[in-house]
Write a protein that binds this ligand. Structure first.
Ligand SMILES: [Fe+2]
Length: 288
């Protein structure tokens, strides 16, 4: 059983840390509690876990079916795990996940969840931020709500494509083997701007600054300026939590109602994480 005092919220907006667990030896009751806490808090942090890659897969499998990511070369021995790594000598360059995004939102069926396991962390820096997109929607000013209610937004695999690829000096690179300049990644995928969570029914915004490039039926210039305002609103500190990692921490987050940001402030130090991704379904419109 997970006692009530073993769950500590990270901020009023989002996230909780759970203590007193060994994720390699969870009981059925603890698993169902963890799943409920994950849906409730959107981001769950469990520190001090010693996990092999097989154990990471086993733990991840409790939350759904693991998926293989396109464009990123997985770990040799585990096709459904990627190594998210920046080495100490990779300086003055971007970092994987270094802007607000929801993981792979440009897929027809974006992931339901992502799980990160920290192996090596810098002595300071390398934090991750998550924003609660349900809370952002609840607080959205009416002039912005009008732009997203009953509308689709356009997602593309911008960092992996040609048309919307970021400038070369801001692209993440280095230790992560990534397939770039793939025209397939430029394919536009429409998803509702407001989605309904398949498990809880809660409404949230589903926009992803790294991958969302326009609003369907809106002139590109106008769409871009509305999205910019939306992104800035959603990234307000009132909606997010910030995690100071420790080695052997594992974090699972709901990818359907959050976005996250990997802070790139640890040049000269290594950061290595292992990541699994849980398959999701086509987003369901949450517009009235
Ligand atoms: Fe990410």
């Amino acid at each position: 059983m997970i006692a009530e005092n073993s769950v500590k919220r990270m901020t009023p907006a989002i996230g909780a840390e759970v203590t007193g667990l060994d994720v390699n030896q969870l009981t059925a009751s603890e698993l169902s509690q963890l799943r409920r806490l994950w849906l409730q808090h959107k981001v769950l942090v469990i520190r001090n876990q010693k996990m092999s890659l097989n154990q990471l897969c086993d733990f991840s499998g409790y939350f759904g079916e693991l998926m293989q990511l396109p464009y990123i070369t997985p770990v040799d021995t585990h096709p459904k795990i990627i190594c998210v790594q920046k080495k100490a000598d990779e300086v003055n360059m971007g970092v994987f996940g270094g802007d607000w995004h929801s993981d792979f939102s440009f897929l027809k069926t974006p992931p339901a969840a992502s799980i990160l396991y920290a192996e090596t962390i810098p002595p300071l820096g390398g934090d991750t931020l998550w924003a609660n997109m349900s809370l952002a929607l609840k607080n959205l000013p009416s002039h912005l709500l009008e732009w997203v209610e009953n509308r689709n937004v356009i997602h593309t695999g911008a960092p992996y494509g040609i048309k919307n690829a970021p400038a070369a000096d801001t692209q993440f690179t280095g230790s992560i083997e990534i397939q770039r300049n793939n025209p397939e990644a430029d394919r536009e995928m429409l998803h509702p701007a407001i989605v309904k969570h398949p498990d809880t029914g809660e409404r949230s915004l589903f926009i992803s600054p790294t991958y969302t490039t326009g609003i369907e039926g809106v002139e590109p210039d106008v769409g871009c300026s509305v999205l910019k305002e939306l992104f800035e609103f959603c990234a307000r500190p009132e909606f997010f939590c910030r995690l100071r990692w420790s080695a052997n921490a594992v974090v699972i987050w709901d990818n359907r109602n959050t976005m996250h940001y990997a802070v790139n402030d640890y040049d000269g130090f290594e950061r290595r994480m292992y990541r699994t991704t849980i398959a999701g379904q086509s987003p369901i419109s949450g517009s009235a």
